[in-house]
Ligand binder design. Structure first.
Ligand code: ADP
Length: 263
């Protein structure tokens, strides 16, 4: 079977890591199972095929980095996993749901329930306060406003921004905006965090702090997390790093040097 031969050909990142790096319990059940994924866009210049027979398995509790050149299809892969886009062929099981078969309405409900999404740019609503932005997914689920604002306040505290609740996004730093975006992504307690270059627009120090926060939230909320990043040092802190290239995913072996220099 394809999956087996591909797995055998890979170097396992864990064998290349120093012992203090994140360990993963590989007896956990699968949260994501992708088989034979294909995605073809029809463009003015013809068909653009991004994935050909791509397979992926991710266990509950893993924190997986996805690397690859710009245009390789990393964002598209996250969109498909998070039911924001549909595959052309193949099956995509995510959080016990066949996301390739969802109607638009069911996909929206699935995203609201199971997926926390963070992008490179925060996409907070500029005319609302930080507190209101975090409360938004709760209000979308018909929680009463007073209660939603209370839950949102707790989340702002958890991301270290309890004194910024009344600030609008334009009155926050880039790192603070991303903290609010993380609180908003997780306020509905999703099982899966999908982060598309969450530190890509931040300076190195702030990026490190946001990554620390993601790690802490990942642990404390029992998340499964997939992070698209160009930062090898941050990728080395994940349970696995995968490179998307030529429409396929390959396990990336980090050199001990990369790992030692990760901070
Ligand atoms: P990455 O995140 O790795 O930079 P993307 O997933 O954003 O890559 O895009 C992969 C390729 O697919 C790019 O060449 C992009 O132009 C193309 N693409 C993305 N979305 C669409 C779309 N809706 N229609 C046509 N082409 C698209």
């Amino acid at each position: 079977m394809m999956q087996t031969s591909r797995a055998a050909a890979h170097t396992d990142l864990r064998t290349a890591r120093t012992p203090e790096l994140r360990e993963h319990d590989d007896t956990q059940p699968l949260l994501i199972q992708v088989n034979g994924l294909e995605k073809t866009y029809t463009t003015a210049r013809g068909a653009l095929t991004l994935f050909r027979d791509l397979d992926l398995q991710i266990q509950t509790g893993e924190m997986v980095a996805i690397l690859g050149q710009s245009g390789a299809g990393k964002s598209t892969l996250l969109h498909i996993l998070g039911a924001l886009d549909a595959p052309t062929a193949g099956t995509v099981y995510c959080a016990s749901t066949n996301v390739s078969k969802l109607s638009q309405r069911d996909a929206a409900a699935f995203r609201n329930r199971e997926i926390g999404y963070v992008w490179q740019f925060h996409y907070l609503l500029p005319e609302f306060t930080a507190l209101e932005n975090v409360a938004m997914p709760l209000l979308a689920r018909n929680m009463k406003k007073r209660e939603a604002l209370g839950v949102a306040a707790n989340w702002l505290k958890e991301v270290g921004l309890e004194d910024r609740g009344e600030h609008r996004p334009g009155e926050l730093s880039g790192g603070e905006q991303q903290r609010v975006a993380l609180a908003r992504a997780l306020v509905n307690h999703p099982r899966l965090l999908l982060a598309d270059e969450p530190t890509g627009d931040l300076d190195e120090t702030t990026a490190g702090k946001i990554f620390d926060l993601i790690e802490r939230l990942h642990e404390s909320h029992g998340l499964t997390s997939i992070l698209v990043t160009h930062n090898l040092d941050l990728a080395a802190r994940c349970t696995r790093a995968l490179r998307l290239e030529d429409g396929k995913l390959a396990t990336l072996a980090m050199s001990p040097q990369t790992v030692q220099n990760r901070n």
